[in-house]
Ligand binder design. Structure first.
Ligand SMILES: [Zn+2]
Length: 308
């Protein structure tokens, strides 16, 4: 009796393996669940395969990784085959743990302190990918995205780039020059993984750019962070007066003047307040006009009625 039960479970398991190879995941999952009910020994990997099937379309889902991780830790088997890919279980455990940590880190959002912590966590994660996964491919990408180019080394490189980018955004508020250095390092890693690094170059350029505020004369670095261009008309004589200045107060095309953040936000806020006064005035005049028109229409109606 026991023997036939095992046979049933084995047969179901074998069917499931074939169904996975054919891409019939839902059917395979059904067979595996039945096989778990019938058998399910300590080295049974049906539970692992069920969790693997459940990973489809959920590569960013922490709970899917946790379920798989539990199943992987419960089995005594050393490897399993999913479709055409043979997966080493200890390696898969490492990759799942790293994936969970990666998703949690990507989800960190907040001010400078959070961004700095995110950057440091990404750098640590990058080192772990490079030392613990190394030249092995990321199995989830291989199995579900058909991508065998993503190795631990490559993933580490991408995370190093992202880590330094995060450090740059966390630093730029206080130290734009340091932020430009972080972007420079990130640019190096971007190039190594075949990205253009264009956005890094732009930020290196912006962060390092130093200007003198046209209004208050303060000097600061960090275009788009600590100073901003404002459209303006610079007459030739004004242009000439600034020619000898070592630090520029206007853009290269001379169509904008530079304003430090304090002057820029001060002027913008005041301009908004003035605009609001004009807006309110225009609205109240419109309402008064509407009331006058309504009164005239009512008078006309009553005149028309009296004629009829
Ligand atoms: Zn200023």
């Amino acid at each position: 009796m026991a023997l036939s039960l095992f046979k049933d479970a084995d047969a179901l398991y074998e069917q499931a393996i074939d169904l996975i190879k054919q891409g019939e995941f839902e059917k395979a999952r059904g067979r595996l669940m039945k096989s778990i009910e019938k058998d399910g020994g300590p080295d049974d990997i049906s539970a692992v395969l069920v969790c693997m099937i459940d990973m489809r379309g959920r590569l960013g889902d922490i709970s899917a990784y946790r379920n798989l991780l539990n199943a992987l830790k419960a089995t005594k088997a050393k490897e399993f085959t999913f479709g055409l890919t043979t997966v080493n279980i200890p390696m898969m455990i490492v990759q799942c743990e790293l994936a969970i940590e990666e998703i949690q880190t990507f989800n960190m959002n907040g001010g400078s302190a959070v961004t700095l912590e995110k950057g440091n966590r990404l750098l640590k994660l990058a080192q772990r990918y490079q030392s613990e996964v190394g030249n092995e491919t990321l199995k989830m990408n291989e199995i579900f995205l058909n991508d065998t180019t993503r190795t631990g080394i490559r993933e580490g490189m991408v995370l190093l780039a992202m880590g330094y980018e995060s450090l740059a955004s966390g630093t730029v508020w206080n130290d734009p020059k340091k932020a430009a250095e972080y972007q420079q390092i990130a640019y190096g890693y971007r190039k190594q993984v075949g990205d253009t690094g264009e956005s890094n170059l732009k930020l290196i350029n912006d962060y390092s750019k130093t200007c003198k505020c046209w209004f208050c004369g303060r000097t600061t670095s960090g275009l788009g962070i600590h100073f901003f261009p404002m459209s303006s008309e610079i007459s030739p004589i004004l242009l000439k007066s600034g020619e000898t200045e070592p630090i520029k107060s206007d853009s290269d095309d001379h169509n904008s003047i530079y304003a430090c953040r304090a002057c820029y936000t001060g002027i913008s806020t005041r301009a908004d307040e003035i605009a609001r006064v004009y807006y309110n005035q225009a609205m109240s005049e419109m309402r008064a006009m509407e009331a006058r028109l309504n009164a005239e229409i009512a008078a006309l109606w009553s005149a028309v009625r009296s004629i009829r």
